[in-house]
Design a protein. Structure first.
Length: 182
């Protein structure tokens, strides 16, 4: 991509800046950003934001290592966790709040958005799963949590494909820009 994908231009900011702007407009209590590859460069772009910046020294081990880094930093009073990808700029504050409200009203410990029959992100889960995630699912990531607790999963149908889209290559970036501009 030439630059970290989180720093690609998006509207008046960057891809990650847009994600954080949307999270900041939502009803989330706190925002923790876990940085990995070129973390110092990304952190410099985030200066002045009301967020908690964390550095994952094991980022090369995959997304689960970043989730674990974030979980270790959360206060013991944390009741629930939302895992939001830093390369999903089409996620909106309204969608975040829909997911939060659905999680609060569901009597399930895990909520996953569903679009056209496919599970996506952001994922919400009760903090009671913290220790389990810290010690399990090395080979499969958070998918393992969903597989281990199918009776505690609430699948929430959403109308937006944004829950399925992230940016992994230049074609993804162009597709997301076109979708946003359209």
């Amino acid at each position: 991509m030439g630059v970290p994908k989180q720093l690609l231009p998006w509207r008046t900011t960057t891809v990650l800046g847009e994600v954080l702007d949307q999270l900041g407009r939502s009803t989330l209590d706190e925002i923790y950003v876990v940085l990995g590859h070129e973390g110092e460069r990304v952190a410099a772009e985030l200066a002045g934001r009301r967020i908690h910046l964390l550095t994952n020294p094991d980022y090369h081990c995959g997304m689960l290592s970043s989730v674990r880094c974030g979980l270790r930093a959360l206060p013991p009073t944390c009741e629930a966790v939302m895992v939001v990808l830093g390369d999903q700029p089409a996620i909106t504050a309204e969608l975040i709040d829909i997911l939060i409200n659905a999680f609060r009203s569901a009597d399930k410990g895990i909520l996953v958005p569903l679009h056209d029959g496919k599970r996506g992100h952001p994922l919400l889960f009760s903090a009671r799963y913290r220790q389990e995630i810290l010690s399990c699912y090395d080979a499969v990531g958070l998918r393992g949590l969903l597989l281990a607790h199918p009776d505690d999963v609430c699948e929430l149908g959403v109308s937006t494909a944004a829950v399925l889209s992230d940016i992994d290559n230049p074609d993804d970036y162009r597709r997301e820009l076109e979708r946003w501009e359209g």
